[in-house]
Design a protein around this ligand. Structure first.
Ligand code: HEC
Length: 123
């Protein structure tokens, strides 16, 4: 009886582990891996003015992510900002330099991926 319980417990653990593994393996299908997102950012020209960790011309993407953490409207706002450009949100960091417009130079779907990546950076 004892052995039966132990085996049952191991079977449940095994099933849970397998399930967790499945979920982890399914994730990259929806979100871009960090290096793919960075490659897209490079290709799109973003890295001329941004880096993840440091202010370059524009604010560090890590700081952008931290500022909008928990803000449900941030995704829409930032997608619109990358498409149309604009200034005024980071004047204290940038001295008022504008963010250039990226639509239609960069495809809408790519802009959405880039914004999702930026927003994912805050820990
Ligand atoms: C010529 C320099 C430059 C390039 C190239 C550039 N940015 Fe920016 N970016 C800026 C500046 C400057 C700001 C701050 C604007 C402000 O003060 O509102 C900014 C702000 C942002 C923000 C925060 C916007 C906000 O309102 O909080 C995001 C997100 C962003 N950039 C993403 C991108 C992406 C994605 C790309 C590439 C497709 C890109 N940037 C390319 C200069 C640049």
């Amino acid at each position: 009886m004892k052995h039966a319980n132990l085996n049952f417990g191991l079977a449940v653990l095994g099933a849970l582990f397998g399930f967790a593994l499945l979920i982890v393996m399914a994730l990259p299908a929806t979100a871009l891996a960090d290096e793919d997102a960075l490659a897209l950012a490079k290709k799109s020209g973003c890295l001329a003015c941004h880096s993840v960790e440091k202010k370059v011309v524009g604010p560090a993407w890590q700081d952008v992510s931290a500022r909008y953490k928990g803000d449900a409207g941030a995704r829409e706002l930032l997608i619109a900002k990358v498409k149309a450009g604009g200034k005024g949100n980071w004047t204290e960091v940038t001295g008022g330099v504008p963010m250039p417009p990226y639509s239609p130079r960069v495809a809408d779907a790519d802009i959405e991926k880039l914004v999702d990546f930026v927003l994912s950076l805050a820990k």
